[in-house]
Design a protein around this ligand. Sequence first.
Ligand code: OAD
Length: 272
Amino acid sequence: MLAPPVRCLLDTPGLILWLTGAGVSAESGIPTFRGKEGYWQVGSRNYQPEEMATWAAFQEMPEEVWAWYLYRRGICRGAEPNAAHRALAAAERRRGERFLLVTQNVDGLHLRAGNTLDRTYQIHGNIDFMRCSRECLPAPVPMPEGVDVAWGKGRPITERELQALKCPSCGALARPHVLWFDESYDEANFRFESSIDAAQRASLVVVVGTTGATSLPMHIGTIAAQRGIPMVVINPEPNPFSALVQRTGQGAFLCGTAGQWVPEIVDALPSA
Ligand code: OAD
């Protein structure tokens, strides 16, 4: 149960910024990014996500990179939003412009649960979209028909699917609409400046299910700490965000799962 000091933190008329990572989708059955099962075999070699999710790998073996993403997309499409996703959609309905969600997840489950694109910044992209690898399109486009969503691990991509994965404008091979490890955040694709701006305006930050291994999420945590605003951290394990809370004394670490804590927090939010 939420302790009274945590309830006090929630009693804010200002913007609440939620920051989510793979942990929020763990209870939907999507393996976390750094959990086991992350590797992908090409020939006789195992590649880790940090090697596959790169522009360099796409340059070298585009068909393999696409096969890996299509496999991961199949897992995401087979999953359903869980109690934490549903609670966050309810929080947006209740708070409107005083709600903002910054998510690292590319699985699209927050949107499927009912959060809107206006108030959800998908800072690592969305696996259901692709864009031109030569960046000739003004915006990402939905994944085309004709690409199987139930993808078996290790199955190679077919010629027909490769044809479907072409940029509809220039005909170059398209790429998954995700941020890769050897790329940088930007505003047009990943809402970089908007996320920083939100961190500078928020009166509370709630961080759910992330290791804090990427730069923009940690930047948001650091801004919150520097501004002296409280941060509520939900995770089964301590992480760099809970360490920030411990250092600043502003906020709380709720040890446990997203499904356990997020609905309870949303229930406790003042409705006005
Ligand atoms: P990780 O896989 O690194 O971390 C998952 C986090 O969720 C860990 O801190 C777990 O303790 C926590 N966790 C596990 N089960 C949970 C549950 N049921 N409820 C709450 N928390 C739980 O995933 P991320 O931190 O999201 O970026 O990874 C961030 C980014 O790393 C990914 O978006 C990806 C990768 O670099 C890109 O691809 C650019």
